[in-house]
Structure formats: C-alpha cells, structure tokens
Design a binder for this molecule. Sequence first.
Ligand SMILES: [Zn+2]
Length: 279
Amino acid sequence: MGSLTTSAIVLRSIDYGESDRVVTLLGRGTGCLGAIARGARKSQRRFGGGLGLCSVGEAVLRERGGSELLMLERFDVATSFSSLGTDAARMGHAAYVAEVLAKLCAPGQAEPAIFDLAVSLLTSLDAEGVSPTRLRIFELALLAHLGFAPSLDDCAVCGRSDLSIGETIDVRFIPDRGGVVCRACASRGRPMRPVVRVALSNLSRTPLTDAVNVKLPPDVERGCRDALRELIAVHLSAPLRSLEFLSKLENPAPSESRQQGAAGGASGPVRSLPARGPT
Ligand SMILES: [Zn+2]
C-alpha cells in the first residue's frame, strides 16, 4: 500500500525504546492496525497533540517492508477529549471502549460505521460524563456491526417469538448460542428476566445519542451489563484488563469490600469472566 492517510483513534499507546511509541490505531479507512511512531515522545511537529488514549486525528502511515507494524509518520490530533485525562470515571469508560475495539475489531478490516460509533461514544463521554446505558447501547451496536448481535426477541435455537414480557421467566441467556434460548430448547444457561430481555432489545434499537432519554432501574441495568459482558467475553481469548478498573468504579470501596467478602475475594460482577471458556 505504500503510504496512506486516514482518520484514526488511538486505542493503545506504549513507550518503546528511548523516544518512540508503539500504537494501536482504529483507522476509519483501515480498521485496526499497529504502528511505530519514531521520536513520538520528542517531536512536537509530527505528533503535536501527543498520542493519548482515544485521541482522534489524521494519521499518515507508511508500510515498512516485511514488518507487521506500519510506520506512523505523523498524527494531527483533531480531538483529544481533554476531560478523559482528568476524570477517572470517564477514563475508565474510555479505556474499556478502546480495549474492546482493539480486541474485537479484526486487523486491517475497514469498518467506518464502527469508527463513527466510537467517535460518537467518546464525544458524548467527554461532553456529558459517564452513562452505563450509553455504554450498553455502544456494546450492542458494536456487536451488531461485527455480526455478533444477540438474539433477544426470538429463541436463538427454534426461533419462537412468543416470549414472556411479564413476570414469567421463560428464557435463558446463553452467549455461545447467540442470545436468549427458550425453556424448551435450553438445558443450561442463566435464566434471564423478561424485563432485562426487553430492555436489551430496546437498547439495541436506540441510537447512541438518545441514551440520555433511557432510564433503567439499577437491577435491570446490571442485568443488561452482565449479559453483554458475558456475550463479549465469548469473542475474546482473555478477559479485558480494563474491566478490573471499571468494576472498581461500579463498586466503590465500602460496598466493594462487603461484596468481596461475600464472593470469596472475587471482584463483584465480573467474577465469572476469568473462568469463562468454551463450553
Ligand atoms: Zn427454542
């Protein structure tokens, strides 16, 4: 490909050697890629705004013969989302978004809709602060773009659609079967309450920018969160490192210590993730 220019988000940036950085970028026209930025920690001219986590800008890249890592020749920052660096909660959400994108998006496969979704999420996060509901909508939209949208309105096995919307719990959520599975088809999996199933279904049709208008009771929000984390974990080879920090934000110290006592030292809602594997 020689050299190319693309809008890109910095998903990961680590120091390398004396003055370089190795970055993972999500390019709008390139998909995920790794690149080395020579002199990035010194050159104000080529990397003026730095290569901070989730910075969005214009990347100029060049192929390096025989190497998987491209050369990042310059990165002109358009938006650095300055509030992310000063607010731990915003940073926690941003780090999670960046890690999910880096791990779920196939290398070198351009997905402009995913890029635009991520920029929209980061823009709202920067301007309005954290919103668990917005993060759920992002996760559902990302999974849909990747072809991993969960079945929520029909049984993922037999397709029946007359699922309970009342008190009766008639489905289990089985991530590796693709979503909800009716009682007749499911022999395993965690029962999912209709109120959580319907909330997820509604969120999957809600634009990211409408997240502020959605109000979910805390227990329903947690149900949606846990289901989506289980679903995302199915597509990963290792647990997301950013979840540890995110779960600390979700369970501040006093309640966290009580929960940890009850859960035998595991870290609250993500305790099932590390043990996940093919079943
Ligand atoms: Zn069924």
